[in-house]
Design a protein around this ligand. Sequence first.
Ligand SMILES: Cc1cc2nc3c(=O)[nH]c(=O)nc-3n(C[C@H](O)[C@H](O)[C@H](O)COP(=O)(O)OP(=O)(O)OC[C@H]3O[C@@H](n4cnc5c(N)ncnc54)[C@H](O)[C@@H]3O)c2cc1C
Length: 417
Amino acid sequence: MKVLVLGGGVIGTTTAYYLAKQGVEVTVVERQHNVAEETSFGNAGQISPGYSTPWAAPGIPLKAAKWLLEKHAPFAVRPDGSLWQLQWAMQMFANCNADRYSINKERMMRVAEYSRDCLQQLRKDTNISYEHRERGTLQLFRKQAQMDVVGRDIEVLKECGVDYQLLNRDELPTIEPALIHAKDKLVGGLRLPNDETGDCNIFTKSLAKIAEGLGVKFLFNTTIADIEHQNNAITGIITADGERLVADNYVLAFGSYSRPFAEKLQLKLPVYPVKGYSLTVPIIDESLAPVSTVLDETFKIAITRFDNRIRVGGMAELSGFNTDLPVARRETLQMVSQELFGGGDFANARFWTGLRPMTPDGTPIIGESRFANLYINTGHGTLGWTMACGSGQLIADIITHTPTQISLEGLSAARYN
Ligand SMILES: Cc1cc2nc3c(=O)[nH]c(=O)nc-3n(C[C@H](O)[C@H](O)[C@H](O)COP(=O)(O)OP(=O)(O)OC[C@H]3O[C@@H](n4cnc5c(N)ncnc54)[C@H](O)[C@@H]3O)c2cc1C
């Protein structure tokens, strides 16, 4: 069986790997010169099933309205000139109630927990290394009001069987020693000891090499311009150079660009490009650097330790496909990072932006489409790195008619019909 995987981000690459492991002949088609050059390039590095929560939560519409007025706010909206932006926001707000939240959270956690298990197995199988650490994640609270409502999150963690530790201000440095210098700004934290961290870009590039060893072909610098179909089946794709490529099955993994591409087939995928930013900072003083990931709840900014670098990532902007790099965003990332960990060489930091492929319900779209041989693997939003291995394994199982290890309920695009 031949499969064309459209897109070489972390999602397309894991899909290719798991398909190849099952004996499928796979080609990945990618417009960049390598895998993981777009959204999978510079994310915040958290493998965080424990924080697999939809952004669409009760209370978010009110919070979003307040954030629109703040200078260092985690959320911003700039009209992108499309009606679609408004429709997507309305769909997201429609998910901001307790019932939808718990349905969406269960689906996200199901994929994320499974994905972490798949990643752990992949590490055993391949010895892949990507500056990863298994030292948990720590959510930091600056205000007592944040600590006061954490009980709600803890209830959910208990229900889902996720281990946690609630820490007071004085206990924070036992987990993150450098926080001794920032203690006065903090009131406490919630630690999820089973979360992991690692560089998604290094992982994806290493996995692509491993996949090549299993026979996967990568067609780089190849933009897919069109897709052909007949009688509810895909018959081929056309590259920007006019070349026609054919296979038995196709997997759409274009991240944020999946929606405009799917429109060519009149398929509606509610995936909006939610812009985020990161700063990658060389470490100059280890004693002032984090040892794992901390998540500053006030600014919704994650700070992750790689070997000799710190990755500071966050913010969510609804501003279409624009990828400019405003100085004010960099300043916010730097300010938060320096307040907590002063050990970075900020003059030599690399500022980056990426477009999270976000669904209004937070759950990715994994599964079949109404075209018999087209499968969708996209919409992983804030958690594509966390969910990548599980999503790749699921699509591979679906295509090869292998029973999946978790339920597929609510994961395909059919849930929007
Ligand atoms: C600031 C920030 C922080 C984040 N932090 C985390 C985190 O800590 N943990 C976590 O789990 N997730 C995180 N994420 C989310 C995660 O990075 C994404 O969900 C994930 O990278 C999406 O992967 P993807 O493969 O779907 O998309 P992409 O990586 O964008 O891959 C899609 C690929 O398709 C290709 N493509 C598109 N159109 C075409 C075409 N026409 N022809 C050929 N190729 C095409 C693109 O070049 C691209 O390589 C973060 C994201 C951001 C922006």
